[in-house]
Design a protein around this ligand. Structure first.
Ligand SMILES: Cc1ncc(COP(=O)(O)O)c(C=O)c1O
Length: 617
């Protein structure tokens, strides 16, 4: 692809911008990345400039930061509600739609208050005593909100729930074991109590958290426990307290048809429990699972289809026999789907390091001749497969270290030059002939391994922990130079002293013919795939430029690690008024070294400074 063939539209395609859950990103004519809320947009360059000009005198100012965008959380809540309104309308379903936000997904005050502040009917879910305390504080006098209390319960947790119930809060206590059921009957009064039976969903789902469903799931009542609990509640007069059954089948369920199966399974259970005498059962809580489209490949109507699948599944479950049962209300505890868009990590590139030396004249004639011989062999190769032994051979012959430092340097020069010749040969000669047998081979991925490393002013472990913990994919886009044909791809490494402290995975989207960077690294593939290397416009512009890592609002704040005593980045909130006026507000600075040190037992090192680099702007 020549420079003139590059376009902003192509950049959108390469980075997945403007599609599905990245619909809030766009690119302006000058190649700057834009943040879009509704009809209004602002460039990340402008956001960064404003933060820099106004805030550098604050404690904890660091050039990298986490951008909080509460309006994107609200837009997800509205989309979810609309999806269910549409499904219920289209399918003529009389049951109500109810939603609670599970605070475990992001407990930050700005996130929870955004949820609560934008919908008086939205409930909250707690998984521990501490989360319940948080909920009590956030909702204040709005006691009508449903609070679902999940998680393992000891007498103290139950007493807290009981007190809040006495105080007029709308408490729904989930029962996850026979032991918990006994504790509840001993502490609560049957006339005032609302109970949720949490069940193991006996269906199979795909994805990293698939073990949340099925017999071996950690959560909920097994089928034999369910029988025992129902008997126990009947015997103690609590069967009328059960309003809800709940099953959470796992997070990030990308196969939307799973929800149809979950809907049907839970409704069959609902029908049987009604028949067993649970006369007040009227809600099915389907937990979370609503997926985020991290690589912009899911169907565009995923959220609408999610709602439709659940409703259709329920309808199938209700039609098991001819007896007419009331249509249950549908409750969801979506967390990831609500909050992921609300945070964006913006990382400054501090310096660029090159793996190979700049080419220069070889001092040895023998090496010059060897290089020419290799280049000849590469150019005569007719299949990608045949390049593999050649690649291995020149790597093993021009191995490092050499006999002395100069020889080592020249070996590195040769390898760099030959690697680049292989890539050029594939892109210019073999790929146009339809030679794409390199697509699936792990070995061949090393052909395109980036040769430039950008050091970013951040810690992957703190800002995007799931990238290392569960190898979760997150989209990454340079904030500038998106209008030029990308020069190459890079690895973004952090400033921890850990080799895992790197963020380099890129999703190469699908195009009919492969689009290569100027140095012949693929940015797209005939079949989409993930690989190392983030395409960047111009290497020379990277110092002091930024990478935007999106969709980090779910779980990443919760699991952050202070590896190497690198704590939180500063938090900046951005919002736009109806008139299109943007405000960028400093929420808090990077975590102080003094506070981080206190957490590991050093109470007397009182410094306000933060541990990040001072930056290059
Ligand atoms: C009971 C329960 N509800 C809801 C959620 C949120 O799931 P998600 O983030 O997939 O929406 C979880 C996540 O672990 C959960 O355990």
């Amino acid at each position: 692809m020549s420079e003139s063939e590059w376009s902003i539209e192509k950049a959108r395609k390469v980075y997945g911008i403007g599609r599905n859950d990245l619909r809030f990103l766009d690119i302006d004519d000058d190649g700057y990345l834009l943040l879009k809320i509704g009809e209004h947009s602002i460039s990340f360059e402008e956001i960064i400039r404003r933060i820099h000009s106004k805030n550098f005198e604050y404690d904890g100012y660091t050039t990298s930061f986490t951008l909080r965008v509460p309006q994107l959380i609200i837009s997800q809540m509205n989309r979810l509600k609309s999806a269910f309104d549409k499904a219920r309308n289209d399918l003529d379903y009389p049951g109500e739609f109810l939603a609670v936000y599970p605070v475990k997904v992001n407990q930050r005050k700005d996130c929870v208050t955004t949820v609560v502040g934008s919908d008086p009917a939205y409930g909250l879910e707690a998984g521990t005593k501490a989360e319940l305390l948080l909920i009590q504080r956030v909702i204040g006098d709005a006691k009508q909100r449903r609070i679902i209390c999940n998680g393992a319960k000891d007498p103290e947790y139950l007493d807290m729930i009981h007190e809040m119930q006495e105080d007029g809060f709308h408490m729904a206590v989930s029962v996850e074991s026979v032991h918990e059921a006994k504790l509840i009957t001993e502490r609560f009064e049957s006339e005032k109590t609302e109970l949720v039976l949490r069940l193991k969903p006996y269906i199979s789902v795909e994805g990293h958290w698939s073990h949340s469903s099925g017999r071996d799931s950690k959560f909920g009542l097994s089928i034999h426990d369910l029988f025992s609990v129902v008997e126990l509640f009947k015997a103690s007069g609590f069967e009328g307290c059960i309003t809800t059954i709940l099953a959470h089948a796992g997070s990030q369920i990308e196969d939307v048809t799973s929800f149809g199966r979950l809907g049907e399974y839970m409704t069959r259970v609902y029908v049987e429990l009604l028949d067993m005498g649970l006369r007040n059962l009227k809600i099915i809580d389907f937990g979370g699972g609503l997926a985020i489209d991290y690589d912009s490949t899911n169907r565009e109507d995923y959220m609408e289809e999610y709602a439709r699948q659940l409703v259709q599944g329920i309808q199938r479950g209700l039609s098991v026999d001819s007896t007419k049962r009331p249509a249950p209300d549908i409750l969801v505890e979506s967390g990831r789907g609500i909050t992921a868009l609300g945070s964006i990590v913006v990382v400054e590139g501090l310096e660029v390091r090159s793996v190979f030396p700049e080419p220069e004249e070889y001092t040895s004639e023998e090496l010059t001749a060897a290089r020419d011989e290799w280049l000849g062999r590469i150019s005569r190769t007719t299949t990608v497969k045949d390049l593999v032994p050649l690649w291995n051979e020149f790597h093993s012959i021009h191995t490092v270290p050499g006999t002395d430092l100069r020889r080592t340097l020249e070996n590195e020069m040769i390898v760099g030059e030959l690697e680049s010749a292989v890539r050029r040969h594939i892109a210019e000669t073999l790929a146009p002939r339809g030679e794409t047998d390199f697509i699936s081979s792990g070995m061949l991925r090393s052909f395109w391994y980036p040769e430039h490393i950008v050091v970013g002013n951040f810690s992957v472990f703190n800002a995007i922990g799931d990238y290392v913990l569960v190898h979760q994919h997150f989209p990454i886009v340079p904030h500038a130079s998106l209008d030029v044909h990308p020069e190459t791809t890079v690895r973004l490494v952090d400033i921890t002293c850990d080799s895992d402290g790197e963020f380099s995975q890129f999703h190469r989207p699908q195009t009919e013919t492969i689009w290569f960077t100027k140095d012949f690294r693929p940015m797209t593939m005939p079949k989409p795939e993930k690989g190392k290397g983030v395409p960047i416009g111009r290497l020379e512009n990277l110092h002091g430029s930024f990478f935007v890592i999106a969709l980090t609002g779910a779980y990443q704040d919760v699991i952050e690690m202070n590896h190497n005593l690198l704590g939180d980045l500063p938090d900046i909130e951005v919002s736009v008024s109806e008139q299109g006026r943007w405000s960028v507000t400093w929420v808090e600075g990077a975590e102080r070294m003094g506070d981080i040190l206190e957490e590991v037992g050093y109470k007397d090192i009182d410094t306000k400074d933060d541990p990040y680099m001072s930056g290059s702007r």
